[in-house]
Design a protein around this ligand. Structure first.
Ligand SMILES: [Zn+2]
Length: 406
């Protein structure tokens, strides 16, 4: 390996050094286990996503992780996922499979009640894990796993609501990616105009849907999308979003897919204003895609130096000697009251060693306290986020709190 490749951040190494996740031979390959620190990252991402979705009218739903195989035979996924499915047998030899996706389940929540045009759109969101039996040789740390946690959502709407719904999806993507320094670009998968017979749905529906997707991107300040004619699935056009990371690599993360097919297969309906029965349009959308892969991308993008709001430990307090241990407790208490995640390094090590260890654990804020700080009720912050000088404790707590949100 040349120098360039050896210095590239590797999330597997970072995950080990920072104690974020692990794999166990007893559990199996491609099945990551997240430690308390790694779980903080997952939860922070989850809370941030939900804080974006709730004001946009999404409702959370919950589905079981196993199902009768018939669900995927009806949805048409059986053939596509047949080889990747994990099978489960019940006591009476009933066959079940572990879900490789959530869409068919969500259609059944839609179908559980009569829906009127006034009920739409319905936006069902769920952060949930799907399982796919990827080949062991293809598994690469968190980049390719058998347990994939998706930030999934399915929107059921009338055809005249597609525009507004896509605009909301784009808004959520812009808001989410705005918290990270990724450059986003979009790619439109369109139908092959020479072979309209290969696609489900009328010309009018397709022309309209493709135009809406493109206009929505431009109206929401995305750069002109790349257009891939002939790459749409037969059931609807889609937008794939690509994020360019700090190393110049691109990752396909967010997607928005229109679907005219699944509502057909499950015979989903709503009663229109004139009393007739109509099919809703389904929109599948993901913002971060897979938590596992997104965390892998983030760790490498930041080389482990996560933003303050995502860091498992946000502040480490480093007393220079044992005399400052009580003062360290006071500081920790005040930070905890502001929901800041804090530790105290009360080992009898030299301060240089404590600073070294705090930095290698990539803790974004180190608070160093010695005799003078304790006497004056001040602290010194060592962090790329703040100036390094003694400041009043209350001022430091307020400054850290202010920067601790996405
Ligand atoms: Zn879906």
């Amino acid at each position: 390996m040349d120098n360039e490749t050896t210095t590239q951040p590797d999330h597997r190494k970072l995950g080990q050094e920072l104690d974020l996740f692990t794999f166990s031979e007893h559990v199996g390959s491609g099945l990551p286990l997240f430690t308390p620190k790694g779980t903080v990252i997952r939860k922070q991402l989850e809370n941030f996503l939900l804080s974006i979705l709730e004001p946009l009218g999404y409702e959370q739903v919950w589905i079981p992780h196993i199902t009768k195989p018939e669900l995927y035979k009806t949805s048409g996924h059986w053939d596509k996922f047949k080889d990747d499915l994990f099978h489960v047998k019940g006591h009476k030899n009933d066959d079940f499979v572990i879900k490789p996706m959530n869409c068919p389940h969500h259609t059944q929540i839609y179908a559980s009640r009569l829906r009127s045009y006034r009920d739409l759109p319905l936006r069902f969101a769920e952060i949930t894990t799907v399982y796919r039996d990827e080949q062991a040789g293809e598994l690469l740390g968190l980049n390719r796993v058998r347990s994939i946690t998706q930030d999934d959502a399915h929107i059921f709407c009338r055809p005249d609501q597609i525009q507004e719904e896509i605009a909301r999806v784009l808004k959520s993507i812009t808001q989410f990616y705005g918290a990270f320094d990724f450059e986003l670009s979009a790619r439109l998968s369109l139908r092959d105009p020479k072979h309209p017979e290969k696609y489900l749905g009328s010309d009018e529906i397709w022309n309209n849907a493709e135009r809406i997707l493109e206009e929505a991107l431009l109206a929401n300040n995305f750069p002109t999308p790349e257009k891939a004619e002939g790459e749409a699935a037969f059931y609807g056009p889609k937008i794939d979003f690509t994020a360019k990371d700090s190393l110049g690599r691109t990752w396909q993360l967010a997607t928005a897919q229109l679907d005219f097919n699944m509502p057909e297969r499950f015979e989903l309906e709503y009663t229109a204003e004139d009393g007739s029965k109509q099919r809703p349009v389904m929109i599948h959308r993901a913002i971060l895609g897979s938590f596992e892969r997104f965390i892998a991308v983030l760790l490498e993008h930041y080389n482990g130096n996560l933003p303050l709001w995502l860091s498992p430990v946000q502040v480490a307090i480093l007393p220079i000697s044992e005399d400052q241990h009580d003062y360290a407790q006071t500081i920790a208490q005040q930070l905890k009251e502001q929901k800041i995640r804090v530790t105290i390094d009360d080992r009898s090590e030299r301060i240089g060693k404590k600073i070294h260890d705090g930095s290698s654990q990539k803790v974004p804020v180190l608070i160093i306290i010695g005799k003078n700080e304790m006497a004056d009720g001040t602290v010194t912050l060592r962090s790329s986020l703040f100036e390094e000088k003694p400041i009043a404790l209350a001022e430091a707590v307020a400054a850290i709190t202010a920067k601790s949100k996405p």
